[in-house]
Design a protein around this ligand. Sequence first.
Ligand SMILES: CC(C)(COP(=O)(O)OP(=O)(O)OC[C@H]1O[C@@H](n2cnc3c(N)ncnc32)[C@H](O)[C@@H]1OP(=O)(O)O)[C@@H](O)C(=O)NCCC(=O)NCCS
Length: 119
Amino acid sequence: MLIRYKKAFEKIAMGLLSFMPNEKDIKKLQQTIKLYENEENWQLFLWKADDDLVGLIGVLFNDDLVEIQHISVNPSHRHQGIGKNMLKSLKQIYEGKTFKPNEYTASFCENCDFEDMDG
Ligand SMILES: CC(C)(COP(=O)(O)OP(=O)(O)OC[C@H]1O[C@@H](n2cnc3c(N)ncnc32)[C@H](O)[C@@H]1OP(=O)(O)O)[C@@H](O)C(=O)NCCC(=O)NCCS
């Protein structure tokens, strides 16, 4: 289940974000989290499985365009379809919008046939 980020999830969200190849630097990580906390068009979600937060997906949206900026799953929970399920759930949340990956999420999104995926 995809749930919206809130401040209480900051530590776990930073841990998950740090698996992104472009978020290895702690200063960059802190800046990114601040953007998700403060900017209205930066939206962050976490994937809850049982009682654990094991995945993260973050988008930047402008008008009708939703750009997938970050996607990450806890290494112990990978290869179970969570990444793909997060993309599907996101499409339901932003129904009717146009989605596109950025350079850091393109390889996974394309592997999932994201463009053709139903919400
Ligand atoms: C990418 C990621 C979110 C996938 O999460 P997941 O829950 O394992 O994804 P799913 O189970 O839905 O799909 C798994 C499939 O995705 C593919 N995949 C994994 N990482 C990939 C990547 N970086 N690029 C393209 N495809 C990838 C594999 O083919 C994998 O297939 P397998 O299970 O048969 O090995 C996870 O590997 C991760 O957190 N990686 C580190 C963060 C990162 O690099 N994010 C950007 C990815 S472009």
